[in-house]
Design a protein around this ligand. Structure first.
Ligand code: PEP
Ligand code: MG
Length: 537
């Protein structure tokens, strides 16, 4: 048995699939038998075709035709004689080994495409990067990506990126365990959204298991049991049954609203990452959406989503929520969330660096696409927009000035937007919490982002299992900042939500209730148990 950090509730029993993206060393060795090298290349290309065909079909089945188009594009590159022909020539003429030849030719092509002043052609560079990575992995005999074949799989990995987690095939993956990570890392948050039991921060679990081992993931106690005996397995089968039964019982609270003895209504809302997650919030009786992490719309793709794509996504969520409040957060990229097409500087402390609103204020064009989409979608429901990582009022004012610019553009274009949008900020930097009373004069609402607020207050990296013992939501300093935030907002008649994981933490809910928090927003799977606790206050 190994003890880690409980990252996503629930139990799972399944077969281990070790996921590792090994670093491939490409050497400069020359080959004498060039035709043998070209044969190897052909085999790798054929394998790429088979893999891409499979992924394409799976994507059509799980997501849709449009999303599968990218794999079609990759296959076309494999058929392009200019690419493969150049690789073969490099092997023949220079006796370069196949892996190196793929690297050399793809680098040239990528550079060429990236220099072209045409967004469509620049995207081809990303396609070539992807396909050459796959070819090199095949030549090295490595697996690439998280393509799970078997049912009842438990993924074991050093770490999973948020986008790895978002892509997990729920019908096959029953749980995951990782060496590193914390409870509020984005892969853990994603696992909760997907309702996949997970334990992170297990140290060196990847060295203890091999493919095909049986493992139990206990996402409640935060433990992993490798090759359990029959008795333990039986115990867990019973635990799973009880857990499912309790979940069933909670369903009676779906339509229950929380009203305090004084008649104050409290909203229990859901956090989402993708528009389709809204269904789970509704199914669990959420009073609204308290956080739409829009950065997930920007992930797993080759370029940023267009205004039209974003407009459709926001409109969908607003319409589905039928007049209930939807709080959409503007792009919060950086920290542990990166995008392949948006190069960020390599920083020593990315969580303290160039991220979220800091990046958006500088990359104004990127920001404007999102703001225009939000404004246009606002007529389809009750929209609230908030900016992440606000440290002071200047950033809010700058963001609002860009909003005004977008509004003027839309007016000229004759496109409608609502004047009822609420504009708020996340309180996740201690400075903002301390200054809450002043900030409250300017904004419509606050949403407390405890995942970051805790890490910044206690100087304890939310991603690190080593300092997770310091990462304590109930630390008096954290509680004091939360109270200051709520009091500061209420003094100016503004409402305060919390969308960090603490809002769904059963131990914290009574205190937050006592402080007067107006809205609790959490993973959909925590909504009903939170309602149960709030009903007892
Ligand atoms: C937070 O920091 O609490 C939050 C909700 O934002 P994220 O987890 O996406 O950083
Ligand atoms: Mg945050």
């Amino acid at each position: 048995m190994k003890k880690g950090i409980a990252a996503s509730k629930g139990y799972a029993i399944g077969k281990v699939f070790i996921y590792e993206e090994k670093e491939i060393i490409i050497n400069d060795e020359k080959v004498t038998d060039t035709s043998n090298e070209i044969n190897k290349l052909q085999e790798a290309v054929n394998l790429c075709r088979e893999q891409l065909e499979k992924i394409k079909l799976k994507t059509i089945e799980n997501v849709g035709e449009d999303e599968a188009a990218v794999f079609e594009a990759h296959m076309l590159i494999l058929d392009d004689p200019e690419f493969l022909g150049a690789v073969e020539t490099e092997i023949k003429n220079n006796h370069t080994n196949a892996m190196k030849a793929v690297e050399v030719v793809s680098k040239q092509l990528i550079m060429m495409f990236e220099a072209i002043d045409d967004a469509y052609l620049r995207e081809r560079a990303a396609d070539i990067r992807d396909i050459s990575k796959r070819m090199i992995a095949n030549l090295a005999g490595h697996t690439i990506g998280l393509e799970v074949e078997e049912d009842n799989t438990i993924i074991v990995a050093h770490d999973l990126t948020p986008s790895d987690t978002a892509q997990l095939d729920r019908s096959k993956v029953k749980g995951f365990i990782t060496n590193i990570g914390g409870r509020t890392s984005h892969s853990a948050i994603m696992a909760r959204t997907l309702e996949i039991p997970a334990v992170v921060g297990l140290g060196d679990i990847t060295t203890y298991v091999k493919d095909g081992d049986i493992v139990i993931v206990d996402g409640i106690e935060g433990i992993a049991i490798i090759n359990p005996d029959e008795q333990t397995k039986k115990l867990y089968i019973e635990k799973i049954a009880t857990y499912e039964e309790e979940k069933e019982q909670l369903k009676r609270l779906i339509d229950v609203s929380i009203v305090t003895k004084e008649g104050r209504e409290i909203e229990v809302s859901g956090n989402i990452g993708k528009p389709e997650d809204v269904a789970q919030v509704i199914a669990n009786g959420g009073d609204g959406i308290g956080l739409f992490r829009t950065e997930f719309l920007y992930m797993d793709r080759e370029s940023a989503p267009t205004e039209e794509e974003q407009f459709e996504a926001y409109k969908y969520v607003l319409e589905e929520m039928k007049g209930k409040r939807v709080v959409i957060r503007t792009l919060d990229i950086g920290g542990d969330k990166t995008l392949p097409y948006l190069p960020l500087p390599k920083e020593m402390n990315p969580f303290l660096g160039y991220r979220a609103i800091r990046l958006c204020l500088e990359q104004k064009e990127l920001f404007k696409v999102q703001l225009r989409a939000l404004l246009r979608a606002s007529v389809y429901g009750r929209l609230a927009v908030m900016f992440p990582m606000i440290s002071g009022i200047e950033e809010f004012n700058q963001a609002k000035a860009i909003v005004e610019e977008c509004k003027r553009e839309l007016e000229i274009e004759g496109l409608a937007y609502s004047n009822a949008i609420e504009w708020g900020i996340m309180i996740e930097i201690p400075a903002a919490a301390v200054m809450a009373e002043e900030l409250a004069k300017e904004v419509d609402f606050f949403s407390i982002g405890t995942n970051d607020l805790i890490q910044y207050t206690l100087a304890a990296d939310r991603m690190s299992e080593k300092v997770s013992y310091l990462y304590n939501p109930m630390h008096p300093a954290v509680l004091k900042l939360i109270k200051m935030t709520i009091d500061g907002a209420h003094k100016h008649g503004k409402w305060v939500g919390m969308c960090g994981e603490m809002a769904g933490d059963e131990m914290a809910i009574p205190t937050l209730f006592e402080y007067g928090l107006d809205e609790f927003s959490m993973s959909a799977t925590s909504i009903l148990s939170a309602k149960k606790i709030l009903l007892n206050q």
